[in-house]
Design a protein around this ligand. Sequence first.
Ligand code: DSN
Length: 423
Amino acid sequence: MHEEYVKDMYDHVKKQNTWRKKECINLIASENVSSPLVDDIRISDFMHRYAEGLPYQRYYQGTKYIDYIENKVVELAKKIFDVNFVEPRAISGTVANLAVFSALTNHGDNIATLSIPAGAHISHLGVGCAGICGLKQFDLPFDEKEMNIDVDKTITLLDTNNFSLIVLGTSLFLFPAPVKELKEAIGKETKIVYDAAHVLGLIAAKEFQDPIREGADVISSSTHKTLPGPQGGIILTNNAEHYKKISRAVFPGIVSNHHLARLPGLVIALAEMLDFGKEYATQMIVNAKKLAECLYERGFQVLCEHKNFTKSHQVAVDVQNYGGGTKVATKLEKANIICNKNLLPWDKPKKSLNPSGIRIGTTEMTHVGMKEKEMERIAEFITDTIIKEKDTEKIKKEITEFKQDFLEVKYTYKLSNMSPNSI
Ligand code: DSN
C-alpha cells in the first residue's frame, strides 16, 4: 500500500499554499494569483473532458457547454483587445508561439528576435520554438542604455536579410516595443509577432501599448501574468489568413486536448479586466515605479533611472555589487522575498547561472491590494536583507506579519456561494 503518498501530497500542497500565499512577498514578474472566482471555477468536470475541433464542430459528443464557454472567451477577448480573430486553444504562451511560428514561416526562413540577455523568451530562440520550426534566428540590435530595440540598427539588419518574422515583446520588458517604427520600415513579407505574455493585462487596460493598431500582425500570449487568468495561452489577430493557418497549427497540429477546465476561469478573468483592469493595471505600473525609486534611493543600481525606471509592471536591478543575481535572489528567498535572477543585456548568455541582475514584478502584490506605501516597505525589506545584511529570520517574521493584511485578491467581483462544484 502506498497511501502515505496521499498524505504526503496533501501535506506538501498545504505547505506550498501557506508559504507562498501567506508568508511570502512574491515579486516574480511572470506570476500572479487569480481571483477566488477564477480559482473556484477551475476545478470542474471539464478537467476530464475532450473537445477536439472548434465550438459546435467537435470530434466528440458531450461538448455543448464547453462550446458555449469557448465562444464566450472569443467574444470577450475580441471586445477587450479589439480584434477580429481569437484562438484560445493554445495551452501556454510557448505553445502559442510554436503555433504562430510554424503557421507563418517555412523551414529554413530567417527570424529576428531579441537575445535572452536583452530580454527574449526562450521560445523565441534556436533552442526553443524557432529551432523546432527550423528557423534561423538573428538577434535584433538592442540599446542597453534605453533598454529597448535599437531601431536604426534594426532597420539596417532588416535591409540586409530576408526575414519572415520579427518577434517583439519580451520577458524582461520595461518599455513599449517600437512596433510602429519597425512596421513602417519593413516590407510586407516580414510579419511582426508580438509576444504579449508579460503585458497582456496592461494592454487589456490600454496602459502600455496597442500592438495590433501599431502594426503587429499577430499577438501571442499566455493568460496568467498581468492578465490574471488560469495558466494557458491565447493568440489574437485581425488577419483572416493568418488566423486560419494558426488555428490549423494549434489543432490538429500541436494541441489535441486544449485543457478545457481553464476556459471558464479565463472568461471570468477577461470580465474582471473589463471592469477593474484599468485600476489594477495603473496601480501595477505606479507600484513598479515607486518600488524602483525606493530601491534606487537606498543605493541599488536600478536600471533606467533617466527614464523613470519602467513603464510596465517590471523593475530590473543590476546586483553585481552584491555578488550577482543568484546570490541575491537566494538570499532574498531566505527572507521569504521571492524574485528571479535575470540576465541583463551586458551578460553573456552563458552567465545564466549567475547573471548580473534580478527582475522584480509588482503583478501579484498589486493584485492583493498593495499600493505605494507597501512598495516602500518592500524596498526596506530588500535593503535590510541585501545591503544591511540584517538577520533573515527576523525579516522573515516581519514579512509574515506584513503579509497578513494582503491575503485577499482585489479587482474582482464580490460574489459568494457561487461554487459550481456543490451539485
Ligand atoms: N519564463 C517566464 C518568465 O518568467 O518570464 C515566461 O514564460
